[in-house]
Ligand binder design. Structure first.
Ligand code: CA
Length: 547
């Protein structure tokens, strides 16, 4: 095998730099071992001091190396993140070209930073570029760059730069401390424009800065990179994103181990919206990993800071059909507006339908009811309220699950919890045809049936819960695979944590973040990915309970 001389020299230089860095680290952190490896990145071109013309993209070529594998390379300009590119798999040497459109003339500091599989970042490689005005012609900002790093952040009060409503993209309103991004599938925009405009006005009225984005989000890394950029660009004021109409999603592969040693570990590959919620963690495919489902964006490594920076809401495709989806989205925006403007007539109350327990004696009935109302796994403070409606099968106590589903259709509560076994097509005794033919009169619908939100099925149970023509549901929580829950953390059972946060007036999205970002408690902590990778919130997580 021949060794390319230039590459060999470059590699030697890189190894030399790596050794120097390792020495520096050892001096800085005495006694700490083993020492983490730190990636090294060099800018191959252009040379520092190069002049770039306004209106022309600069191409920054870099090579990053790390013995454990480079996972991501970021381009920063004048202290702001401009773009973030993931390597397809962690690689010992990763070269790429990153493009940047200068926003204005003058001198700009360009930095490249690389991350490895442990989330360790390199020292930045840095050059200065001088940007000169080429002509007096004003170059319109391309649509893809309307919300590009630095632009909207630099002039937050600027009106959207695009005139016609159909091409509206970028910052819709500004000034709110909390930023929400609406990522919209381009093909659906025309059909939902009026409803989406109303939704955006409602979010703006509630004090959010709203950013709409459509173009250029065709792969999971595109979506994640865009959200990560926006998060940094807004000074971490981005609180969440709503994906409208079938945007791409990634997958995660993980192994579940059980506290009971007699149950063997099991592995599975699941749809992961966590990949968009944890923006600074590392999602990577280790060498030799191949997605069992053949998915091009599937990761078996999740490391680094695994907390979620933002919540994700999904307004999914309905029945895999764009025309049905447009109708469903327009119904959704209309009912969302009705709820926000006080048009719902549901009482502030709690409904729980629990299919897992059956009482055969009055004593058992009392035990189960006490457990559901106030036990360790209860949704307190809602479940012990005097107007809480709790149903399970109990002939001696005169209760049944059927009564619970009737209460759901009658509209006895604005927050409903269903605990049952599930599939993509059903949750306990409810299935898609039932949901499509019976009104669901509640606002928040938390479903802990496995797989009820498996969005790989064009029809799935939780999507029908959100969209069926007579449903009043605005937020539906569930999972995409063989897990029902959110774990139990150091503050307690997830139901208790979420109910408490909602009772404080937090939005559903905030309540979820608050639960996820507190360390899980043993034995739940062993299966973190099982709880969070599969989790999905359908609908609009900015909503909270009406007082
Ligand atoms: Ca994180």
């Amino acid at each position: 095998m021949e060794i390319d001389n230039l590459n060999f020299r470059k590699l030697s230089l890189v190894i030399g730099i790596a050794l120097i860095c390792a020495g520096v680290l050892a001096c800085e952190i005495p006694g700490m071992s083993p020492k983490p490896t730190r990636p090294v990145v060099v800018i191959d071109s252009p040379p520092g001091g190069t002049q770039v013309k306004m209106g022309e993209e600069a191409e920054i070529c870099s090579t990053a190396t790390d013995e454990k594998g480079v996972t991501r390379v970021e381009l920063w300009v004048d202290g702001a993140l401009v773009r973030s590119d993931q390597s397809p798999t962690p690689q010992p040497a990763f070269s790429l070209v990153q493009r940047w459109m200068p926003p204005g003339p003058g001198s700009h500091t360009v930095e490249v930073r690389a991350y490895n599989v442990d989330g360790v970042v390199s020292e930045p490689a840095m050059i200065t570029l001088r940007v000169e005005t080429a002509t007096s012609q004003v170059t319109p900002t391309p649509a893809e760059h309307v919300t590009g790093p630095g632009e909207s952040a630099a002039e937050p009060t600027k009106e959207p730069t695009q005139g016609p409503a159909a091409s509206r993209e970028g910052e819709i309103c500004s000034g709110g401390d909390r930023v929400v991004a609406l990522l919209v599938t381009p093909a659906l925009v025309e059909g939902i424009r009026a409803g989406l405009d109303q939704f955006e006005r409602d979010l703006c009225h509630d004090g959010y800065t709203v950013v709409e984005r459509r173009s250029g989000l065709t792969t999971p890394p595109d979506v994640r990179g865009y959200l990560a950029d926006l998060y940094l660009q807004t000074g971490q004021r981005l609180v969440g994103a709503i994906l409208i109409g079938g945007l791409p999603h990634a997958y995660q592969w993980f192994t579940v181990t059980y506290a009971n040693p007699n149950i063997p570990p099991s592995s599975r590959e699941v749809i992961s919206f966590q990949c968009y919620a944890d923006l600074d963690g590392v999602f990577a495919a280790s060498p030799g990993y191949a997605s069992p489902g053949g998915h091009p964006y599937s990761y078996d490594v999740h490391s680094g800071d695994m907390d979620w920076e933002i919540w994700i809401g999904v307004l999914p495709l309905y029945r895999g059909d764009p025309a049905s989806t447009v109708e469903a989205l327009n119904r959704y925006f209309a009912k969302n507006h009705t709820y926000r403007t006080g048009g719902y007539d549901l009482p502030r109350a709690f409904l729980q339908i629990h299919e897992h327990s059956t009482a055969t004696t009055e004593e058992e009935h009392d035990q189960i009811l006490v457990g559901l109302r106030s036990g360790e796994y209860a949704w307190t403070p809602f479940s012990d309220a005097s107007n809480a409606h709790i149903f399970f099968d109990s002939p001696p106590g005169g209760l049944s699950v059927e009564q619970g589903y009737a209460a759901l259709s009658d509209g006895v509560a604005d927050l409903t919890v269903v605990e049952a076994h599930g599939t993509w097509a059903a949750s306990g005794r409810m299935d898609i045809p039932w949901v499509e033919s019976h009104p669901l009169r509640t606002v928040f619908f938390a479903d802990f049936a496995c797989s009820a939100a498996n969005l790989d099925h064009a029809e799935n149970f939780l999507t029908s819960v959100l969209y069926s023509p007579t449903s009043m549901v605005l937020v539906a929580e569930g999972t995409t695979s063989e897990s029902g829950g959110m774990g139990t953390n150091e503050n307690g059972f997830f139901g208790h944590n979420i109910a408490t946060a909602l009772s404080w007036g937090e939005s559903f999205g905030q309540a979820i973040l608050g639960h996820v970002n507190v360390p899980l408690r043993h034995p739940w902590s062993e299966n973190r990915e099982e709880h969070f990778a599969e989790q999905v919130i359908l609908g609009d997580p900015t909503l909270g309970l009406h007082p």
